[in-house]
Design a protein around this ligand. Sequence first.
Ligand code: URA
Length: 200
Amino acid sequence: MADKQAQLDAIAEDIQKDGVTPELVASATQLVLGDGNPDADVVFIGEAPGKNEDLQGKPFVGASGKFLNEMLEMIGMQRSDVYITNIVKYRPPDNRDPKPEEKKAFLPYLQRQLEVIQPKVVVTLGRHSMNCFLPDLQISKVHGQPKRVTLSLKKNSTDTLEVVILPLFHPAAALYNPQQRQVLIDDFAAIPIILEKLDK
Ligand code: URA
């Protein structure tokens, strides 16, 4: 079995070979698969790359990313300790919300990323990301509350992954709103507590 980074690279190649979301490909600079430690216990999932991410080929490198890095530091972690990705791997034009069919098109590749990394905790950033895994919940009601779930990783397969999903608000929503900012910082503090409990 190839090492984890090689398996992630193969997912990036397949996305390009399979011609996923040709409309987004036409306007994007490049694919943004993910960044960080392929052996991480914690995976963060945002919505889609923005302008800076599109230019640099890495997720969360703009203003939201800076805030994400700060929050990681607050809980004693660094980007190199975690893996960061998005549901949609190409920048939607004009930073519009990803369309349902775009999210659906990338879901099998996101599931493959999780299958390779085998995280213990999946932190969803924003409602789009949360609704990929917890479709019936409202983020305003459940943010900061860890949910134990069994994810099906492949169609017509019994492959599953037991993870804790921690739904958080998107950092962009909290950037210019001090109240939301504090809520997100407080919710973020649950991450080391969840990891410690899982290790027992
Ligand atoms: N917002 C996201 O959801 N993802 C990024 O990579 C950057 C901003």
